[in-house]
Design a protein around this ligand. Structure first.
Ligand code: PSV
Ligand code: MN
Ligand code: MN
Length: 426
């Protein structure tokens, strides 16, 4: 299904009148505070978030999986779905592929398909947490950390294969997330598995093309429940430093124990120039992978506040690879991704409203109350009219979710692909 610009502008016309009044009201308010609203609108219009190939089907749990109907059954169809998201929002112009779930059969055709939707290939994700049917070695007791050479070399080889596929597609980065760890005390020698992981990552890094980056994810638990080899940002940071300049830590919002101060982690990594990638989602308990901003929107704002500060003040940190990493069972996955994109842009816009100069002064004067007021004033601003303006500026739908429903996209996809099709994913 191709959503044309004509259909979007037609839809926008019918949504125009009320939003313009809201926008004028907000602009007036912000201009009085000395805020350049046009600059904010441009920044928001430029913000691009990659969509992971595994989020386009109804999410999996180990207990069951319920197809939503019309799920993409091939990589081409996944790109078509992202094409729908991008046409509606103009902020989802990238895909993050998972190998082996998305091995392209015809690279040229896949590249053409992506190009036709304005989609580029963001970070490639390797998978050493599942044994594939044809696998020659098992990852049952670890992959890059394994105590036996054979599975370790096999996992290294897989990562190199992923890089090769990524090179053909035009990707420039590899994301490594390891499930490696132990379920019981005594199972692993902590030092040995960490050293093995470092050596393995170094050997992948050494063979990566010189213009590629490596992103190292961390996660405190799951699937292992006693220990995880790359359990926290400190471990990831240390491994990235051991690998070299083009290796970075990747923060996934769901990969923290409850109440961890993620914004402080972000700030620390950016100061050191080592925050490379970012996975958005939300959680109540652990790696719940639910819709961005659905549980802790204020935390999301505080995290964005540090990201914006870092983007403005830390030239030593590279441009970030943004991605949504969510996947769950009950919603239409495309609607869910539209909600996530909305939440990301809302938090970003609110963070752009923070009066950094006034905040610095209040911090300098130890005026704690004013510091808090400044942040909360930005957070409590309903910035949605600015988002709508950004969307209109970039040719997207003013309200992507209602456009999606209005255009009956899902109905069309079910008609085309059937009710039982299933996408690969977690
Ligand atoms: C598993 O926790 C996970 O959600 C990681 O966050 C990865 O980024 C993703 O799977 C894909 O491998
Ligand atoms: Mn992730
Ligand atoms: Mn995860």
């Amino acid at each position: 299904m191709k959503i044309t610009t004509d259909r979007i502008s037609e839809f926008n016309k019918s949504n125009h009148s009320s939003y313009k009044t809201e926008l004028d009201f907000l602009k007036n308010k912000l201009v009085k505070k000395g805020i350049d609203t046009e600059e904010i609108i441009s920044k928001v219009a430029d913000f691009q978030v990659a969509i992971p190939s595994w989020a386009l089907g109804a999410g999996g749990t180990r207990f069951g999986r319920f197809s939503y109907g019309g799920e993409p059954a091939s990589l081409e169809q996944k790109l078509d779905d992202i094409g729908v998201l991008h046409a509606l929002t103009q902020s989802a112009g990238a895909v993050s592929l998972h190998i082996p779930w998305d091995i392209p059969k015809d690279v040229k055709a896949i590249k053409e398909k992506a190009q036709s939707h304005g989609i580029v290939f963001d970070a490639m994700n390797s998978n050493t947490f599942q044994d594939q049917p044809e696998a020659k070695e098992t990852y049952k007791y670890g992959s890059l950390s394994a105590v036996n050479d054979a599975p370790r070399d096999y996992a290294i080889g897989h990562n190199l294969e992923v890089i090769k596929i990524g090179e053909e597609l035009g990707s420039k980065s590899l994301t490594v997330w390891l499930a490696d760890g132990a379920n019981f005390p005594g199972q692993n020698n902590f030092q040995r598995v960490l050293q093995n992981t470092e050596n393995s990552l170094k050997s992948i890094y050494g063979k990566m093309p010189k213009d590629w980056k490596m992103f190292i994810e961390y996660k405190p638990y799951e699937p292992n429940f006693y220990s995880t080899v790359i359990q926290d940002w400190g471990t990831s940071f240390m491994l990235a430093n051991a690998c070299g300049e083009r290796a970075y830590t990747l923060v996934d919002l769901g990969h923290h124990l409850p109440n961890t101060n993620i914004e402080q982690i972000v700030a620390t990594l950016m100061l050191k120039g080592k925050l490379g990638g970012f996975h958005f989602n939300d959680s109540k308990y652990g790696d719940d992978d639910i819709t961005v901003g659905s549980i802790k929107p204020y935390s999301l704002f505080l995290i964005f506040n540090e990201l914006v500060y870092g983007m403005e003040n830390n030239p030593q940190n590279p441009d970030l690879a943004w991605m949504i990493d969510a996947s769950h069972n009950t919603k239409d996955p495309l609607e869910d991704l539209l909600q996530s994109l909305e939440a990301i842009l809302i938090a970003y816009t609110q963070a752009l409203l923070v009066d950094q100069k006034a905040l610095k002064q209040a911090q300098q004067e130890n005026d704690v109350v004013t510091c808090q007021e400044i942040l909360q004033d930005a957070y409590r601003t309903d910035v949605r009219p600015l988002l709508k303006a950004a969307r209109e500026k970039s040719g997207a739908a003013i309200n992507p979710l209602s456009a999606y429903r209005n255009l009956e996209v899902r109905k069309y996809l079910v008609k085309e692909r059937g009710t039982k099709s299933k996408a690969t994913g977690l």
